[in-house]
Design a binder for this molecule. Structure first.
Ligand code: AMP
Length: 210
């Protein structure tokens, strides 16, 4: 099964992708995570993209599509995968099926902008196991520490208010048109992304099981 998750930054794509990946035993590919990994390792590519990522802009299509094409060759993608954060514009969407073959479903998580800034500025994650938290809505048991592995939680550099606002602007200008692109193809499912995380997951999982 090949899925694409769309939604503005902070819509919950990462959390939902992890849950879907476990349920359907398919890989979770976050292009943002792949790029952050390059930055962490200090590679040439990482250095090249760091400024643009920290400001909330989009990395060039060539770089991201080449990275994605490499990633899906790995063994864990044989049964399928969930793309989280790709495509981010219509050009990427138009080129995607040449890389992946036909997609099964595109899921769009719908969340209003005013909910997003609040969600994202409180977002924290575990650098070791990837578990996500929110300082107000989903805090860890011990402040600043991961419940599962005890690692010190971190805040993404691009989760500050100014960058979040820019990322929302970029989303509306470049990524939102991708929704219509997939609606026209007849594979789009729009889900309300506000509410209980498990309810949102169950709605999508049952639709995919049919
Ligand atoms: P994300 O973790 O999906 O929010 O992505 C973080 C940042 O990585 C974005 O703000 C972009 O700078 C970059 N990025 C991730 N995916 C893409 C993509 N498909 N195209 C261009 N830039 C991307």
């Amino acid at each position: 099964m090949k899925l694409v998750l769309i939604g503005c930054p902070g819509a919950g794509k990462g959390t939902q992708a992890k849950m879907l990946s476990k349920k359907f035993d398919i890989a979770h590919i976050s292009t943002g995570d792949l790029l952050r990994e390059q930055m962490k390792r200090g590679t040439e590519l990482g250095k090249k993209v760091s400024e643009i990522m920290n400001s909330g802009g989009l990395v060039s299509d060539d770089i991201v599509s080449a990275m994605l094409a490499e990633r899906i060759k790995e063994d864990d993608c044989k049964k399928g995968y969930i793309l989280d954060g790709y495509p981010r514009n219509v050009a990427q969407a138009q080129g995607l099926e040449a890389i992946t073959g036909p997609l099964d479903r595109v899921i769009c998580y719908d969340v209003a902008d005013d909910v997003i800034v609040d969600r994202m500025t409180g977002r924290r994650s575990c650098p070791k196991c990837g578990r996500m938290y929110h300082t107000a809505y989903n805090p860890p048991k011990v402040e600043g520490k991961c419940d599962d592995c005890g690692a010190e939680l971190i805040q993404r550099k691009d989760d500050n208010e100014d960058t979040v606002k820019n990322r929302l602007k970029v989303y509306h200008e470049s990524t939102a048109p991708v929704i219509d692109y997939y609606r026209d193809k007849g594979i789009l499912m729009v889900v309300n992304g506000v509410g209980d995380i498990n309810d949102i997951f169950n709605t999508v999982a049952s639709a995919l099981e049919v």
